[in-house]
Design a protein around this ligand. Structure first.
Ligand code: C2E
Ligand code: CA
Ligand code: CA
Length: 428
């Protein structure tokens, strides 16, 4: 599997040191990667990539080069819109590598990770394995399509109910108990397949379609509230989280709409969590704050999303009565191996505990991250390790499967008689 993925397209190696180029080529060959081109000059590598970005599957680059430093190289890869994967290599201390990695993620580059010189073959192989796993897990979503869409196309998609809700579970780490689902939108495009929100959320914001999109996501015939009503009727008393942009919150009519729709779906407000994902558009902050405060007065829970990233900060935590803090994926993944990520997670958890706020880790992809978060005392987890987002009709069967699987994850389960199933659970 690894070979197939790695050899379909060209792998580009960039390092000003010929010896390192030879050594990395050998290591990549050993890992089954054969279609490799080496460059001792990053500018020449960029020219090659620019000429045909689709032909390149992987770029492995040093961060310290005389002609162009690695950070600028990464920035230029980002501006080209390079869609392959990137591995960063450096003799620098780990924190420099991590910040370059963060920067690359900011440019939406698919970073597999970093390697510290001298590069260990096992470390390289494990990053390449991650690449195979990620490509597999994303294969159903058209992340790679370069195509962009127009406001008219999105308008039509909303009217034709092409936007569909997917749902990702949130579970308590200590008991494995399911506490709720987060609604994540997909565009089921008639020609291009299932599109990720990265393809249309910003467009919706810019073309004034966010409010209609949000209304349909929450309250349409296949909206989150009516699906949740349906699950409650089946006996699954789960909570539902919806992502709401501040531009939508800035409309003073929004809280009234939410309360009305909750009543219509016969759901107590305690079952709804509003996740606030800051938008890039300038918003009337005070108006958005007022809506959030009103929703809170009506007992809807508020969650601060992507906590720790530029848009989601301590100031918001101070100004808005949040009940939940979602720690950004960037601090969660690989935290067991990164001292600085672990320190940040630990201090977020301490702060949230002192404020009496629930803590959720996003993007938990493996057992290692799960165990580490359990050790740190994080309450809830979401991520591919538990389940990928799924369509509504798969939810009941998944719940039943999870009830079996969670027992192997939480050894203390039987000692503590935590056998309560989601059927008996209401809120956390
Ligand atoms: P978000 O709210 O931070 O959602 C979490 C994202 O992480 C989702 O991406 C989810 O599929 C992904 N994810 C979950 N577990 C894992 C994991 O283990 N590993 C990795 N690598 N990723 C994981 P998705 O579905 O592509 O959504 C992206 C963003 O689009 C969301 O980020 C949210 O900000 C926005 N979005 C989605 N639906 C809506 C919506 O209805 N309204 C608004 N305003 N924004 C939405
Ligand atoms: Ca979210
Ligand atoms: Ca998030």
């Amino acid at each position: 599997m690894l070979n197939a993925i790695a050899n379909e397209r060209i792998t580009i190696l960039v390092d000003d040191d010929q010896f390192i180029l030879k050594m990395l080529t050998k290591q990549l060959n050993m890992a089954g990667v054969s279609n490799i081109q080496t460059f001792d000059n990053p500018l020449a590598a960029l020219e090659k990539i620019k000429a045909d970005p689709y032909a390149i599957g992987l770029v492995v680059t040093d961060l310290q080069m005389p002609q162009l430093d690695g950070v600028e190289f990464v920035r230029q890869l980002g501006t080209i819109g390079f869609l392959g994967s990137v591995i960063l290599v450096s003799g620098e201390d780990k924190r420099v590598l991590q910040s370059a990695q963060q920067l690359a993620s900011g440019y939406k580059l698919q970073v597999l990770g970093y390697l510290v010189k001298p590069v260990q073959p096992e470390a390289l192989i494990s990053l390449l394995d991650g690449k195979a796993a990620t490509e597999e897990s994303r294969s159903h979503l058209q992340f790679g399509l370069q195509k962009t869409y127009t406001a008219q196309e999105l308008r039509r998609a909303i009217d034709d109910y092409q936007l569909v809700n997917y749902y990702q579970p949130k579970v308590e780490i200590k008991s494995g108990q399911i506490v709720g689902f987060e609604t994540l939108l997909r565009w089921n495009h008639p020609k291009d397949g299932l599109l990720s929100p990265a393809k249309f959320i910003e467009l919706a914001e810019e073309s004034n379609l966010m409010e209609d999109l949000t209304k349909q996501m929450m309250a349409g015939p296949r909206g989150a509230l009516s699906e949740t009503r349906h699950w409650h009727d089946l006996g699954y008393k789960i909570r539902i989280a919806c992502n709401i942009s501040p531009t939508t919150l800035a409309n003073s009519k929004f809280p009234g709409f939410v309360i009305e729709q909750l009543e219509r779906a016969r759901l107590a407000p305690e079952f709804l969590i509003i996740e606030v994902t800051e938008s890039k558009l300038a918003t009337d902050r005070l108006a958005a704050m007022a809506s959030l405060a009103r929703l809170r007065l009506h007992k809807v829970d508020l969650s601060i999303d992507d906590f720790g990233t530029g848009y989601s900060s301590l100031a918001q935590l101070r100004d808005i009565p949040f009940n939940e803090l979602k720690m950004d994926i960037g601090f969660v993944q690989g935290a067991s191996k990164s001292k600085s990520k672990a320190t940040i997670l630990r201090s977020c958890l301490t702060m949230a505990n002192e404020l009496g706020i629930a803590t959720v880790a996003e993007g938990v992809e493996n057992r290692e991250d799960w165990d580490f978060l359990a050790k740190l005392g994080c309450q809830y987890a979401q991520g591919y390790f538990v389940a990928k987002p799924m369509p509504a009709n798969e939810v009941p069967a998944w719940i039943n499967r999870w009830e079996v699987r969670r027992r192997s994850l939480t050894e203390s389960l039987f000692d503590n008689k935590l056998t309560t199933s989601v059927l008996e659970t209401s809120a956390y």
